[in-house]
Design a protein around this ligand. Structure first.
Ligand code: HEC
Length: 102
């Protein structure tokens, strides 16, 4: 019995550290956040690689602050649980990659 409990707590501790270890990686990489939580829905809408939605002629985002708002809106709609830092990071990432607003 005691051996079983010990084994279980080692398992628990291991899972705990694994979870902690994976957090900063997810939070600090906007490219990965965007890839994992944003692209598939846009790709379904536009076909292709999903970035077409950012480049379409009648795109709805025309300034940097609109971009930030749209990222926040979509992030909420997609139930990502992103915090403000993550929203800003992905918004900056998309701006550098595609929109290039000053
Ligand atoms: C469930 C589907 C869905 C998901 C998931 C989603 N989006 Fe969107 N996104 C949309 C739709 C629909 C539009 C277009 C809205 C329109 O045309 O009025 C859009 C448009 C956008 C635009 C504006 C494109 C333009 O016209 O300039 C940005 C920026 C954007 N999404 C960012 C994101 C980001 C960042 C994420 C990841 C958190 C994300 N989206 C996840 C559905 C989604």
């Amino acid at each position: 019995m005691i051996i079983k409990i010990k084994y279980f707590s080692i398992l628990l501790t291991g899972t705990f550290f694994l979870a902690i270890g994976s957090l900063p990686v997810q939070a600090s990489d906007p490219a990965e956040l965007h890839r994992s939580q944003c692209i598939s829905c846009h790709a379904k809408m536009t076909g292709g690689d999903g970035s077409l939605i950012y480049k379409r002629d009648d795109r709805i985002v025309t300034t940097k602050s609109e971009l930030q708002q749209r990222v926040a809106y979509c992030a909420q709609g997609a139930h990502t649980d992103w915090n403000d830092n993550e929203i800003t990071a992905v918004s900056n990432y998309l701006n550098e990659l595609i929109y290039q607003f000053p």
